[in-house]
Design a protein around this ligand. Structure first.
Ligand code: SF4
Length: 296
């Protein structure tokens, strides 16, 4: 074969190889593009599903809130304060609750920091959903430093089953930064210091002071507020007003556990929409007019 022919053959082979390579590259690019599009679609679908889930939770919470408001007419300002239930009836009620209720938080925790984080996560969420998340989170990270190491994204992975998880992840990270900066990572034991932390309001501070540090505070949530008003210990429109009345009217020997007695009674017996009056231990002293009869 002449040199010319050999060169031509080589060129043809080279050209064929280039074309093949090009085809392969194009195919690879197409496959990568397809994969990226599929990933994007999946992510979009996931985000939409999460949004829908959050919106549904919010709507349900709003509905519940509206229902609670509907069943509790606003008290005129001049009548806000202690309710008409006599002191001896209040004593009997607390005594019965103390006999029947174990004053322990439904939230699972082993340190003051774990409790603080669990309470922050429990806003507008059930204790059950918080416990499910913290059971995985706390063995991996249960100090401000360890949670900061996770970062917002890492923390979100653990708490994404809890309502409002995006904003809660950011809040907990800010809270951890505050704890390290202001208190060397320890949970402070005064209301002023607790309330100065990112994302910590009066109710959270009260729970931590009471449950972690044994201080006689009464954290008032929707259950405590409802029970105090149904029992007419208080006649109030806001949790803050209820807290003041409860602190004034709760017998001293029950002050430390009053928060748990009232919250657990409200959560499991004196329920918002249908209180289970027929099996309620304090019905004799309860002046609530629309008591629920026993189911037929
Ligand atoms: S009797 Fe009914 S309304 Fe009164 S405290 Fe008991 S459950 Fe609540």
């Amino acid at each position: 074969m002449s040199a010319k022919k050999t060169a031509k053959k080589k060129k043809t082979t080279a050209n064929k190889k280039t074309t093949k390579k090009k085809k392969k590259t194009t195919a690879n690019k197409k496959a990568a593009k397809k994969k990226t599009t599929a990933n994007k679609t999946a992510k979009k679908k996931k985000a939409t599903a999460n949004k829908k889930k959050t919106a549904k939770k919010k709507t349900t919470a709003n509905k519940k809130g509206r229902a609670a408001k509907k069943s509790a007419p606003k008290i005129p300002k001049s009548k806000v304060g202690p309710g008409p239930l006599p002191d001896d009836a209040i004593e009997r009620i607390y005594d019965v609750l103390a006999e029947t209720i174990t004053p322990v938080s439904d939230l699972e925790y082993t340190t003051a920091f774990e409790l603080l984080v669990a309470v922050v996560l429990s806003a507008q969420a059930t204790d059950k959903s918080v416990n499910e998340a913290t059971r995985k989170l706390f063995p991996e990270a249960n100090t401000p430093e360890q949670i900061l190491e996770l970062g917002v994204e890492g923390l979100t992975e653990y708490i994404k089953t809890i309502g409002l998880f995006n904003s809660k992840a950011k809040n907990v990270i800010s809270l951890c930064e505050d704890l390290i900066e202001k208190h060397d990572g320890a949970v402070p034991e005064t209301r002023a210091e607790l309330e100065a932390l990112a994302g910590v309001g009066r109710k959270t501070a009260n729970v931590v002071l009471n449950v972690a540090f044994n201080q006689p505070t009464i954290a008032v949530d929707t259950h405590v507020h409802r029970v105090a008003n149904r029992l007419q210990i208080a006649r109030t429109n806001t949790p803050r007003e209820t807290e003041d009345v409860l602190l004034e009217r709760t017998p001293e020997r029950h002050l430390l556990e009053a928060h748990h007695y009232l919250i657990l009674h409200g959560r499991y017996c004196c329920k918002a929409r249908k209180p289970e009056c027929w099996r309620c231990g304090v019905r004799e002293d309860c002046p609530y007019e629309d008591k629920t009869p026993a189911p037929a």
